[in-house]
Design a protein around this ligand. Structure first.
Ligand code: GLU
Ligand code: MG
Length: 312
């Protein structure tokens, strides 16, 4: 599925490059509680001591990624007690998807050797921030130039980047069926306030500048960050569907509309809300002929069947 969308992009002269941020919890073997009972801060984001208590495991993961040539550059404690995020360098989309798939197995396997369990579930603990899988993305040409970057553009991004963004916004409700594919996913999106004070997950179909309260963030003049997907998304379908939506935005020259600079949690934007549950997302997927057409009707039907069977 991803190769098909990549071929479509290549025919238009685009190389899709991405980075992914698969957040996860370290839990006990049964998965009933976080692994470290001392990890109790109210605002635990970047808690260095909690990170260091898992140092042997985290270091083994980083060394593994280094050996594999992934160029990891960051390891930190995330916003929920027991939650971590390890980041490696962005690459061409298919390679990132392969690494994303392998990463989930590697974290699980290594954690088990340390006597722990892992959860990538979108919302494993109701009162804590959930597990996102944010996707950073840009299109490059065959000479290795980033086509999203334009010093003269708004926030340093090109018209092409804004059309891609327009496609993501236009297809967002249907995309959720792929990016947020379980009933549990919808406890993370627009979730109730967490014990740290914020979910950091999107509730609206909106975008902002360097603002983590919107569905799409523009962190700098090189890329877009889609904050919609969660730990349950299939790594390949995630990228295939996002690329299909973005290419549609380019082909139809869609306008993403104005940026929202406010905090969307305290100051809701003038924007549609994301689907509130899986049936709403599946309904939107069923109604989005453009996205279905791009992904293929055969795939779309099989996927709907699978998701419905997995979430009776
Ligand atoms: N864990 C948050 C989410 O569910 C994201 C936190 C962050 O900004 O990295 O999307
Ligand atoms: Mg994060």
């Amino acid at each position: 599925m991803l190769q098909r969308q990549l071929a479509r992009a290549a025919a238009l002269g685009f190389d899709f490059r991405t980075g992914v941020e698969p957040e996860f919890f370290l839990v006990n073997r049964q998965g009933t509680a976080i692994a470290d009972e001392l990890d109790q801060q109210t605002k635990p984001c970047y808690d260095q001591l909690a990170l260091m208590r898992h140092y042997p495991l985290i270091a083994e993961l980083l060394e593994g990624m280094e050996q594999l040539g992934w160029r990891p550059y960051q390891a930190d404690h995330e916003d929920a007690n027991g939650q971590f995020e390890l980041n490696w360098t962005f690459a061409s989309s298919l390679l990132t998807a392969d690494r994303h798939a392998f990463f989930r197995v590697m974290v699980q396997a290594v954690a088990e050797r340390h006597g722990l369990g892992v959860s990538f579930q979108p919302k494993p603990f109701a009162q804590l921030t959930g597990n996102g899988a944010h996707l950073h993305l840009s299109l490059w040409n065959s000479e290795g130039r980033n086509l999203f970057h334009d010093p003269a553009g708004v926030l340093g991004l090109s018209q092409l980047a804004y059309h891609f963004l327009g496609g993501i916004l236009a297809h967002a409700p249907a995309l959720c069926a792929i990016t947020n594919p379980t009933a549990n996913s919808y406890l993370r999106l627009a979730g109730a306030q967490t014990s740290s004070g914020s979910t950091w997950s999107p509730a609206w179909i909106s975008y902002g500048g360097n603002n983590r309260t919107h569905m799409v963030r523009i962190p700098d003049d090189q890329r877009l960050e889609l904050r919609l997907a969660d730990g349950a998304a299939n790594p390949y379908l995630l990228q295939a569907a996002v690329l299909a939506a973005g290419l549609d935005g380019i082909e139809r020259q869609l306008d993403p509309g104005p940026r929202c600079d406010a905090n969307s949690y305290t100051d809701p934007p003038q924007a549609a809300s994301l689907p509130r549950d899986l049936p709403m997302a599946l309904e939107a997927f069923a109604a989005d002929g453009g996205l279905r057409g791009a992904l293929g009707e055969g795939f779309s039907r099989a996927y709907e069947d699978l998701i419905q069977r997995q979430n009776p």
